[in-house]
Write a protein that binds this ligand. Structure first.
Ligand code: DX5
Ligand code: ZN
Length: 215
């Protein structure tokens, strides 16, 4: 199975985002993970559509937008218009999930659902044909640099079994390092978010190549 790497700009220098993104793009990353926080669903506030559209013109990466926001339906059009390629909403924040996912797809975008560590994967059983990616949070959302929750390896395995042969990506996000990468991919994850382990590494380009198994 081929692995996609999605470095999270949450751990990058927000004053030098263009340069940071170019570094990981030149090093061969696949996606760019953009953490959107609203100060409501999670305590922090980060960036929104205007920043995404500024960055869009300079990058050919798949923009993987993780919306940690309440009532995401209000903002789907804005994120799609800003250049998001994947729009991931939290199941805990989107009560009309099937409608939200269908709407994202109707805009020609890939639809993702994120689940907090305590949320059962069973909530996705009846929307599996409406989504392109399941994001298993391996920390509680809101902050970078937290410790990976080991019980989430089993959750990834259970998710893989649940999706069967559907073409659904399994993404993991939070506390992922080169040390726990193998356990996570063996369990079935194929899209790997890494914030601190890439942008806080001494050499982010080398970290990308290591995650990709190139060195
Ligand atoms: C947490 C975010 C993550 C975070 C990951 O709420 O969704 O994407 O940036 O950062 P690390 O890899 O440092 O745990
Ligand atoms: Zn994220």
């Amino acid at each position: 199975m081929s692995i996609k790497l999605s470095p999270s700009i949450l751990a990058a220098d927000y004053g030098a985002l263009r340069e940071s993104i170019k570094t990981v793009e030149d090093a061969g990353t696949d996606y760019l993970h953009i953490d959107v926080m609203d100060g409501g669903f999670v305590p922090n506030i980060t960036v929104g559509p205007p920043v995404i559209s500024c960055l869009r013109g300079d990058s050919g990466l798949v923009f993987d937008c993780h919306l940690m926001i309440n009532d995401p339906d209000r903002h789907i059009d804005a994120f799609a218009g800003a250049g998001a390629d994947i729009i991931t909403v939290h199941a805990e924040a989107a009560p009309h999930l099937q409608r939200t996912l269908s709407y994202i797809r109707s805009l020609g975008k890939r639809a993702g659902v994120a689940l907090n560590p305590a949320t059962d994967i069973g909530c996705l059983k009846y929307v599996l044909d409406d989504l392109d990616m399941i994001l298993i949070m391996t920390v509680n959302p809101g902050f970078g640099g937290q410790k990976f929750i080991p019980a989430m390896v089993g959750k990834v395995r259970d998710t893989k079994a649940m999706i069967g042969d559907r073409p659904i990506d399994i993404q993991v996000d939070g506390g992922v390092t080169l040390d726990n990468l193998k356990a996570i991919t063996d369990a079935g994850a194929n899209v790997i978010v890494a914030g601190s382990a890439v942008f806080r590494a001494g050499d982010p380009a080398l970290a990308v190549r290591r995650f990709k198994g190139l060195v």
